[in-house]
Design a protein around this ligand. Structure first.
Ligand SMILES: [Zn+2]
Length: 378
C-alpha cells in the first residue's frame, strides 16, 4: 500500500508543478471560471485547481507603432513598472531589412529591439516593413483598433466554454475520481470498513485505474479535436503541451486551459481587465493605464522619430481606450478624484502614483510628475 501512496504523491506533485507559473514583470495572468477571471500581475503563481477553469496571459504592448515606423517605448502601460527604456530606439519602416527572435527578444537589423510578447512577431514586423505605405497604414490602424476589444474577448470565452464542455466534464470526473482514490488510499479509511468491503474495494482498484485511463484517453482525444476547431489567435505551443499532457496524466487535468490559452488574442491588458476582472482589479488596471497615458514617463532624450511614433500611437491608443471605458461605464472622475490627506502635514499629491507630500515640494520623488494641491484652492 505504501508504494501506492508514493505513486500518488508523485502524481499530485506533477499536477501542482504543471500549474505553477513564472512570468516577467508586466505580464498579466488570468485564471477564469465561467465569465469572471482573476487578473494578476505577478511573477509567479500557484496552480489553480479546478479542472473546468480556463487560463490566459496578456503582456503589455512593448512598443509604439505608427505609419512612420516603430519605437521600443511602450505607452499606456497597465503594469506597475511602466515604460522602462531610458532612451527609445526607433526604426523607419524603410530601414527595417531583417528581423528575428533571440532569447525572447525581437531583433531588428541585428539589434535587440523589444520583448517578444507576440503582439507583433518578428515575421509580422518584417512583412509590415515590406508593405506599400498606404496598405501598411491601413493595417496598422486596424491593428491598434483590435488592441482594446473586450467584447471580442468575452465572445471568445463563450465559444471556448461551449466547445470544451465535454472536455471539462471528463477532466472534472477524472479529477474527482483521483481525489477520492487518494483520500481512500492515504487515510486509514479501509481499516474502518468491514473486511468484506475493503477486500472488495482492494480487488476492484485495478478497475478504477482502468476507468481513469479511459477518461484520460477520451479527454486527450476531445482536447485534440477542440484544438483543431479553436484556431490559435497568438503564437501557439499547444501541440507540445497536449503531447506532454497525453504522456503524463497528472498534467492532463486542465485541458480546457491548455486548449484555450492560444485561442485568446493578444490585446492590451486593459481589454482583458474590462472583459473579465472583478471590480477592484479592474479599477487598478484602468487607473494604471490611464495614469501612464496622462503622465507618461521618460522620452525626453528620445530621437525625433521615436517621439513622432510614440505620439501617434499614444493618441490612437488613448482614443480606443476612451471608447472601451465609455462602453464599460467606467467613471474616470471617480478614479482620479482628489484623495483625502494622509496627515495634517500633507499638502500635495502625485496624480500618477498617489503618493502624498508635505510643503516645499513641486515634483514627485519617485516618478518626477508635477504635484497637485490636496485641497482645492479657494
Ligand atoms: Zn508619483
Amino acid at each position: 500500500m505504501s508504494e501506492l501512496i508514493g505513486v500518488l504523491l508523485v502524481f499530485w506533485a506533477l499536477w501542482a508543478a504543471d500549474g505553477v507559473r513564472f512570468a516577467a514583470n508586466g505580464l498579466f495572468n488570468l485564471f477564469g471560471l465561467g465569465r469572471r477571471a482573476g487578473v494578476h500581475e505577478m511573477t509567479w503563481h500557484l496552480p489553480h485547481g479546478w479542472p473546468a477553469g480556463w487560463r490566459a496571459t496578456c503582456p503589455d504592448i512593448p512598443f509604439s507603432i505608427s505609419p512612420a515606423g516603430i519605437a521600443n517605448r511602450a505607452v499606456g502601460v497597465a503594469g506597475r513598472e511602466g515604460s522602462s527604456v531610458p532612451v527609445a530606439r526607433a526604426w523607419r519602416w524603410e530601414e527595417i531589412k531583417e528581423t528575428r527572435v533571440e532569447k525572447g527578444w525581437v531583433l531588428v537589423n541585428g539589434g535587440s529591439f523589444y520583448r517578444d510578447t507576440g503582439h507583433i512577431t518578428a515575421g509580422g514586423l518584417l512583412s509590415l516593413a515590406q508593405m506599400e505605405p498606404v496598405a501598411r497604414t491601413r493595417r496598422i490602424e486596424a491593428w491598434v483598433g483590435r488592441c482594446v476589444r473586450p467584447a471580442h474577448l468575452r465572445r471568445r470565452q463563450r465559444v471556448l466554454q461551449a466547445r470544451t464542455g465535454t472536455l471539462a466534464m471528463l477532466n472534472t470526473l477524472f479529477f474527482l475520481l483521483a481525489v477520492a482514490l487518494t483520500i481512500y488510499l492515504a487515510s486509514d479509511f479501509s481499516a474502518e470498513l468491514p473486511k468484506r468491503w475493503s477486500d472488495f474495494i482492494g480487488r476492484t482498484l485495478p478497475l478504477y485505474a482502468g476507468y481513469l485511463l479511459l477518461l484520460h484517453v477520451a479527454a486527450v482525444g476531445f482536447a485534440v479535436r477542440a484544438m483543431k476547431r479553436l484556431k490559435a489567435a497568438r503564437p501557439d505551443n499547444r501541440g507540445t503541451a497536449l503531447f506532454s499532457a497525453a504522456m503524463l496524466p497528472p498534467q492532463a487535468m486542465r485541458l480546457r486551459a491548455v486548449v484555450g490559452e492560444a485561442w485568446f488574442p493578444l490585446q492590451h491588458p486593459l481589454a482583458y481587465a474590462l472583459a473579465f476582472a472583478r471590480e477592484k482589479e479592474r479599477e487598478a488596471i484602468v487607473f494604471q493605464t490611464l495614469a501612464d497615458l496622462r503622465w507618461p514617463l521618460g522620452g525626453e532624450k528620445d530621437s525625433p522619430l521615436a517621439r513622432e511614433v510614440t505620439a501617434w500611437f499614444h493618441a490612437r491608443l488613448a482614443q480606443h481606450v476612451a471608447v472601451a471605458l465609455q462602453i464599460a461605464h467606467v467613471d474616470e472622475q471617480k478614479l482620479f478624484a482628489l484623495p483625502r490627506a494622509d496627515s495634517e502635514e500633507s499638502v500635495s499629491y502625485c496624480p500618477r502614483c498617489r503618493s502624498q507630500f508635505v510643503a516645499g515640494r513641486t515634483q514627485c520623488s519617485s516618478d518626477g510628475v508635477k504635484l497637485v494641491p490636496l485641497k482645492e484652492v479657494e
